[in-house]
Structure formats: structure tokens, C-alpha cells
Design a binder for this molecule. Sequence first.
Ligand code: BG6
Length: 505
Amino acid sequence: MKSYQINPDFLWGVATSANQVEGGWNEDGKGMSIADCLRYRPELDVTNYKVANTITSKQVEEAVSDLSTKRWGKRHGVDFYHNYRDDIKQLAAMGISAFRFSISWARIFPNGDDEEPNQAGLDYYLDVVKEMKKYNIEPIMTLSHYEIPLNLVLNYDAWYDRRVIGFFEKFAKTVIDYLHGYVKYWIPINEIDSIIRHPFSSAGLIEDRFPRENFKNVIYQAMHNQFVASARIVKYCHETYPDIKIGCMITSTMVYPYNSDPRNILRTTELMRSVYAFSDIQIRGKYPKYLLNKLKEEDIEIKKQPDDDEDIKDGTADFIAFSYYSSVCTAYDTTGLQVTKANRINGVYNKYLPESEWGWQIDPIGLRVSLITLYDRYQKPLFIVENGLGASDVLTSDHKVHDDYRISYLRDHIQEMLTSVMEDGIELMGYCMWGTTDMISASSNKISKRYGLIYVDLDDEGNGSYKRYRKDSYYWYKALLSFGNKIPLSFFDRPLENFDTSTAS
Ligand code: BG6
């Protein structure tokens, strides 16, 4: 094998979300969303997930009464709202064929429960997708990526309230009806399993609003409501627009046993199942027995309505989208074992792997293991919609960013992915790396955890010119994409330190 051969219609792209790039948080009729309530807190250890993921009513009140943008990173983002034409042009020049991004729900229905949609919001997204189409870029649209309108949190308790299913349906159908001529691939909810790890930023749930309820019960009820809403949208698309493909999405943080002690292997299987439960429901159309047993054991009661099971059964997704950043180990007894970090979870440290600046362990083979595992489980097309490296890049005085560490991360993950496509018999629709320009990081609400291929001159306090500068990784990805569907193996041996950005452009 001298080259990797992939399908000509393989979607090579980039990915981002509205709340992390757009800004324009209160422009043209947009309402406030939960993302606008998340502040950069220099004093906070964002990898102390237990503390960082818990948002209180008091914090939300403070957010509502402070209308400034500094330190509220997701209010200003990187100004994609005004800069989308130039950003898309720069990304198109790299040769991408797909761009995953999301719609801000509060830009379409500012309060979530409005009678009529905000036309300015709809037109904005129409312009954005038209701009992508101009360069033959396929938009991959996420409907809800961590930003339910705040009004639905304060007056309905967000996804816990069944009425929110209806509001989401109305929002989703409005957007799909408006954009279906341009957008073929849809994902209703980003990382649907993340509701368990960070219930506020994922689903708008604030624990102190439920003093008399077991909060786990609240989370699982909201989870169920999200399943029903998602399934109804899948069903709607299948019935109304048969050319649309609509996926589910999970977080694939690969879990390995700490060692070969069978009890650790069992614990690993249980942890992986706690995420697969979500794709099991959205692909197989019913709650798996192991989840029902767990709910019963923990005394959690989900209130269902008569049609819910039928909706979930009829609205199964066409493909499985997933994010992959890193892996962790686990053990049945973790006492005394070194802790490691991953995407808003902790695990046991894996001595075989290096780690990123944020302590996420870098494991390209874990991506291949994810692909095989998910394909063996479902035999459905897969789509890698997030994979990337957060790092504190440095802009040199001559406006370059020498991010060979990011190139090395992407190179190794992409090579494992291509090997998997060639050898493992999986079906893969595409690969969207996480990062377009830099953006505000989801967990830390700051830009200095940078993911982009294009650097944005902005700091965590919100100061900067917002100017864009291509990083070395931009030129590397561009060189990769120039090979189309036949990528020579030798490309992956090219020394990174000799990567010549001037000739690659
Ligand atoms: C994914 C989210 O889980 O992780 C993204 O879908 C997020 O929104 C990404 O940006 C990386 O996480 P973080 O916290 O480093 O931005």
C-alpha cells in the first residue's frame, strides 16, 4: 500500500459551534442564551470538573445583570457573526469540502417560546450556508450546541420541562424548512450524553432550582425529553425531506482498563456503556435493558407520555457522529492511582501516553479503536465531527504560528483514521477537525486554549484586534487536502520542522 484510498465523496472539513465563534450576542434580535452566562474565571481550575461544571442561580443572575462583553467570551466569540464571509473564504482556500457549525437557537427564537421566528436570524444563517455553497462546501448543521435560550431555563426549567420538546421541535422545523435546500446533513443535539457531565452548559439545568428533587432524576428526565425531541425531528426529516441525512452525536472518550484485572475490564465496559446508552437509544430506537436496570436501581423514575416510546422507535438516526479527543483508563478501585483529565471527565492516568497542556492524554490509536467499536456495535455510517488539540499558541513578531504539536496531533489521528478506513471495514462519511479560526473553549470560556488552524488576535479578557493569521497547521491541512481521495503514505513521513509554509501556500 503506497497510498490511502478513500471514497471520492468523503467529507473533509472543519468544525465549530455558534456560541464559541459568533459573538454578536445581542444583535439583530438575538436573545440571551445559557452560553452568554458563562464567564471566564481566571481564579477557577477549569479541570476541577465538579466545581467548574456546576452553575448556580446566583451566577446566572449576575450574568443577566452584567451587560458587558469582556470576560464573557461567548458573548463576543471571534466575531464570526460579522466576519463569516472572510473566514469561510480562508477555509475554502484550504480545500475543505465540509463545514460543521451550529445554529444559535436564541437567534431564531430569542426567548425560545416566541410565536414567530426572528427573520433576521433565519436570513443570517441562509447567507452563511449560501456562502459555503459558493465554494462547494457541504454544511453539516448542529441544531443545538450548548445554547438553549435563557428564558427557557428561567421560566420552564429547560429540558426538564416537557414543553421544551415542543419549543425545540418548532425551532428545528423552522430552520430545517428554511435551509433544507442548502443543508443535507443535520445533527439535532451536540454530544447528547454530555447532559450527565455538565447539565447546565449542555441542557440548561441548574441544580439549586430543584431543592426537593433528586437532581439525577432531573437530569434523566431532561435526557428523555431530548431523546423524544430528537426522534421527532428525525421522523419529520425522513417524512418531509427524504434526501436529508440526520445523525445522532456522542462523545467518544475511549476508556481502557488500567490493567488486566477482570474487575477493571468490567468497570471499563460499564463506563463505555454509560455513553453508548445514548447512541443505543438513538440508533436502535429503544432504551437498553442495562440502562433501565440502572435507573431502577438508582430509584430514578422517568415520566413518559404514551407516544414517547413510539416516537423514539420511529425516529432513529441515519449515522453516528462523534467527537474524539483523548482516552483515559479506569479501575474498579481508583484509590491511590494517578488521576488524569479528559473532556470534562477524570480518569486514571495512562503511563503509555503523552498529554496536552490541559492534561488530556493524546492517543491516536484510541480514535481507531472508537471507529471499530462503534461500527461493530451499529453497522451504521460514522462521522468524526470533532477531533483537535487545544493549545496556547504563540504569534511570532512576523505573524506566524509554528504549531508543529498540532500538526503532529492531526497527522497521527488522521493516519489512524485512514488506516482504519483501509483495513477495518468501517464506513466513514467524513472527518471534521475541531477548529476553524480559534474560538472560545467550551469548558474554560477562554480563547487561550486555542483550537484553530487560523489564529485570532484576542486574549482571555476580550482585548485584541480580532485579526486572523494562518498557522502552520493551516498549510499542513491544506497540503493534505490537495491529494483528494488518494493520499500518499509518504505525506505522513514528512518532517514537521521542515514544513515549508511559504511553498505550501
Ligand atoms: C466538545 C464540545 O466536547 O469539546 C466543543 O462539543 C468543545 O464545544 C470541545 O469546544 C473541546 O472542549 P474545550 O472545553 O477544550 O473547548
